[in-house]
Design a protein. Structure first.
Length: 259
């Protein structure tokens, strides 16, 4: 979830609460209590959902609630919801200013990455089906693969850092790999082409594996090989050979996407 989504959810809760509070005037006791519980619950749930670990927003909320949500006569204490609204507004301000960042998904990083890489070809193919001949991104070379992969990674990962470098085998052609710093994963993208043998692909990637063995922020190197024209005749053999190059300090995971 990104910051824009967090702000939209908080704004939606605040807007609905405002509507309920304004409509509570003139209602009977039962209806007023129902609206009060609705506002109270939505505020508390939203504060819990978006409070960063270690922050004091939940403590502030509990402090307010401990003072009693009903008066001695049993009437709703609407001032409690006003206090909760202040906490929620403070939380919103933190996200809006960039002081707070959304939590990463509870789905493990590798499951999210597996989903992205596993659907890459479907996305690339769908991009070719634009209406009225509109311009699109055609995946014709390695740069196109890197551009599309960069965009897809940003859907599920907040901190994606492009790392540009020029490997010895590429002459003057710069490569772009992607560091997921929090997860200590580097994603490397390659695209096969006519004239590039399976052995050459493997040899180039082995050079890259050696480079990342000393990288302080890389515990796992993910090699993504996009091979839509199926130039690689033995994908399982290539995958096995490359993954065997990993060490105790650097795991190597290979995806060969042919369809």
């Amino acid at each position: 979830m990104n910051t824009k989504s967090v702000l939209a959810q908080i704004d939606s809760v605040l807007a609905r609460a405002k509507q309920l509070k304004e409509g509570a005037r003139g209602k009977n006791a039962g209806e007023s209590e129902r609206d009060f519980q609705d506002v109270l619950g939505s505020y508390c749930d939203t504060i819990r959902q978006f409070s960063p670990a270690g922050s004091n927003y939940p403590e502030q909320m509990q402090s307010l609630l401990s003072k009693g949500v009903h008066s001695p006569s049993g009437a709703p204490n609407w001032w409690v919801t006003r206090g909760l609204e202040g906490i929620l507004q403070s939380l919103r301000s933190g996200y809006d200013s960039g002081r707070l960042a959304p939590r990463e998904s509870d789905i493990p990083a590798f499951l999210r990455l597996d989903r992205i890489l596993g659907r890459f070809h479907h996305v690339a193919r769908q991009l070719q089906k634009r209406r009225s001949g509109r311009y699109t991104l055609s995946i014709t070379d390695e740069y196109d693969v890197q551009d599309l992969l960069h965009a897809l990674l940003k859907i599920d990962f907040n901190d994606v850092r492009p790392e540009e470098w020029t490997p010895s085998y590429a002459g003057k052609s710069a490569r772009m790999d992607f560091l997921l710093k929090r997860e200590k994963i580097v994603v490397e993208a390659k695209k096969t082409r006519a004239g590039l043998t399976e052995k050459e692909v493997g040899d180039e990637l082995l050079v890259d594996v050696a480079r990342y063995k000393g990288h302080p922020d890389c515990q796992t190197l993910v090699c993504f090989i996009y091979d839509p024209d199926q130039h690689i005749g033995n994908p399982e053999g290539l995958k096995y050979d490359l993954e065997q190059a990993g060490t105790e300090d650097l795991a190597v995971v290979v995806y060969i996407c042919q369809h």
